[in-house]
Every structure is written in structure tokens, then in C-alpha cells.
Design a protein around this ligand. Structure first.
Ligand code: ADP
Length: 321
């Protein structure tokens, strides 16, 4: 089957500023691909190149066609800076965009899909920020696109609205819609994306499944144990790498099923565990490692995922650092 997106050696500069310096990428039909990266990395420029709304060097094909000649009725696009007419109600806004296509979903269905049925009659300017963004996502869905491109679809949306959109995007992916999205939220990329591409300084520095990226770049699990007495009071003989920080002992690379044995070993050495926190590496750790900065405004893992945990009562899990 023809890939939904094939980009080869895509380059773009604005004067002396190089936004994209040779990006190559293939997104098979039906895949959800998340593009992440620091501000200024080139994400929006790549999205705009793919959607034919900016010039570029190199080649891009959407289901085999040039972005500028690709059948617009098969494309759904939510630009980052999309601001619709403020006086239109949510319903009018969706109906307006539906009017641009021959065949569309019923606008009422779109309003339900984005969770705005109760606000159908509210003018766009009176919707909350999160509702406005959901209405904008709705405009990209009216034509039931084969390829959906969303530039930061959930920025500014409250957690409940974000989860609503995640479910909607998962349902669309299940029906075979190809989705390319950019996001600052690593939990979002980790939950939604089949593959994640990290863009930095105009280059794709890593592309893989979230699990493979975490395996390769996420680092080790961390078991943090607060002990009585303080951990440096006794000599430990653990086969794991450890570090002491005040009353806390950090034990690295402990699997969830090994936690009980570690606690027993500590007890045998005279250390009682007062509290335990176990965290596994996440995409945010990958981002920190590869992009060299922590994720701005990131949301915790607890919002997007339920990490697997051991069976100890005192065990808690924490979000990415
Ligand atoms: P991102 O979406 O990852 O934040 P952008 O694609 O918006 O990155 O920007 C990539 C680089 O290109 C940045 O250095 C940005 O300042 C520059 N840039 C983007 N759009 C323009 C423009 N219209 N004119 C000049 N420079 C631009």
C-alpha cells in the first residue's frame, strides 16, 4: 500500500534561519505519528511543508500525490494558530467548514465527537480555551479525512477535555485514519503514537515506537527508599547500582517484581523501608536525554497512563522527572 506521507530530504530556510535541514520520513497509512521537539525545532514548518502551505526543497508525497495537488477532501488539517470567526457558535463553525466539502459527517455528530453538544449554541468567543480548541479539532474532522494533521491539538485543553480528544483520536485511528500530530506532551505521544519522531534543530534525531525509544534512551528504573536509620549508616551489599541522598536510598534498574527482594535485603542489613517510590523511564526521559531539556508544560504520566507497579502496599509511582 502507498505510504500516507513520504518526505525525502526536506529543507527549508527563512533567510539565514534554517528551519529544516534535510528531513526524511515515511508514515504508513493507518499509523499515528507524533512529532515532538523543542520550540523552534521545525515542527510547524514540517507540518506546513507536508500540507503544501509553505515552500520547501526536497520531495513530499501524500498517498503518492504532491501536497499541493493532493485531494483536499481526504485531508483534515488543524494549524497551530487557527482562529476561526469569533461570533460563530460552535455549531455554526462546524457547519461552515462542513459546507466546504461535498460529503461530510453531520455537524451534530462532530459536536458530539468533540464533546461540545451542550455548547452548540455558544459563540466561539464565549467558549473556554479548551472548548475552543476542541471546536477547532472538529473543523478538521468534518470531511472524515484519510489523513489528519494536527499541530498541537491539545495545547490549552484541560485534562478532561484532553482525555476526551485522546479517546476520539484513538477511535479515528482504529478506523484506519492516518494521524500526524505535533505535541509538547510526552504522555500524549506515548499514549497515542505508534511511532514518535524527535525533531531538534531542523533534524529528525530519533524515530521509533515509544517503547523502543524508552528502551534505547530512557535510562533505568528508579526505586527510591526512605529508610530508618539513614541508608549511609549501614554497609549495603546489593547487586544494583545505588545512590544515597539524605535519608533516601535510590536503587537503579530494579524490575517491579524484584522490589520485594530488595526490601528484604535492606531489612536484613538493618534498614527499615519507611516509604517506597518506584518510577520507570518514560518518553519525557527520552526527550530530556535527546533534546537536552526537560519538556515544557508536560503532563504527568498519571494523567495518561497507569504504569505497571509492584504489589507492595507502600509503593507509589511517580510521573516523569
Ligand atoms: P516549531 O514548530 O518546532 O516551534 P517552527 O517550524 O515554528 O518550529 O520554526 C523553526 C525555525 O524557523 C525557528 O527558528 C523559527 O524562528 C523559524 N521560523 C518559522 N517560521 C518563520 C517565518 N515565517 N519567518 C522567519 N522565521 C521563521
Amino acid at each position: 500500500m502507498t505510504d500516507a506521507i513520504v518526505a525525502e530530504d526536506v529543507r527549508r530556510a527563512y533567510g539565514d534561519t534554517v528551519a529544516l535541514s534535510g528531513v526524511s520520513l515515511s508514515v504508513p497509512a493507518g499509523e499515528v505519528f507524533a512529532l515532538v521537539g523543542p520550540n523552534g525545532a521545525g515542527k510547524t514548518t514540517l507540518v506546513r511543508s507536508i500540507t503544501g502551505t509553505t515552500d520547501y526543497e526536497g520531495s513530499i508525497a501524500l498517498f503518492g500525490d504532491h501536497p499541493r495537488t493532493f485531494d483536499r477532501s481526504r485531508l483534515g488539517l488543524l494549524p497551530q494558530d487557527f482562529t476561526p470567526h469569533e461570533r460563530l457558535t460552535a455549531q455554526e463553525l462546524i457547519a461552515y467548514y462542513a459546507g466546504l466539502y461535498d460529503q461530510t459527517h453531520p455537524p451534530g455528530q462532530i459536536l458530539t465527537d468533540v464533546g461540545l453538544t451542550d455548547s452548540a449554541e455558544v459563540p466561539y468567543e464565549d467558549l473556554s480555551g479548551g472548548q475552543q480548541r476542541r471546536a477547532c479539532v472538529g473543523t478538521a474532522l468534518v470531511n472524515d479525512p484519510d489523513l489528519l494533521i494536527l499541530d498541537e491539538p491539545t495545547t490549552g485543553i484541560d485534562p478532561a477535555g484532553r482525555r476526551h480528544l485522546w479517546t476520539l483520536l484513538e477511535e479515528l485511528a482504529e478506523t484506519g485514519t492516518t494521524i500526524l500530530l505535533t505535541t509538547h506532551y510526552m504522555a500524549e505521544a506515548e499514549r497515542l503514537a505508534d511511532r514518535v519522531g524527535l525533531l531538534a534543530d531542523g533534524e529528525l534525531v530519533a524515530v521509533d515506537t515509544p517503547a523502543a525509544l524508552i528502551d534505547a534512551h530512557g535510562g533505568e528504573t528508579r526505586l527510591t527508599v526512605e529508610t530508618t536509620p539513614a541508608p549511609n549508616a549501614v554497609s549495603l551489599d546489593l547487586e544494583y547500582r545505588t545512590a544515597v541522598s539524605g535519608t533516601e536510598l535510590v536503587v537503579y534498574d530494579v524490575g517491579p517484581t524484584e522490589i520485594g527482594a530488595v526490601v528484604d535485603r535492606l531489612a536484613a542489613a538493618g534498614l527499615e523501608a519507611e516509604s517506597l517510590t518506584w518510577s520507570e523511564p518514560s518518553l519525557a526521559d527520552v526527550y530530556l536525554e535527546l533534546a537536552g531539556e526537560s519538556v515544557e508544560g508536560n503532563i504527568g504520566r498519571s494523567e495518561g497512563q497507569t504504569p505497571e507497579s509492584g504489589d507492595l502496599d507502600a509503593l507509589t509511582t511517580e510521573g516523569p522527572s
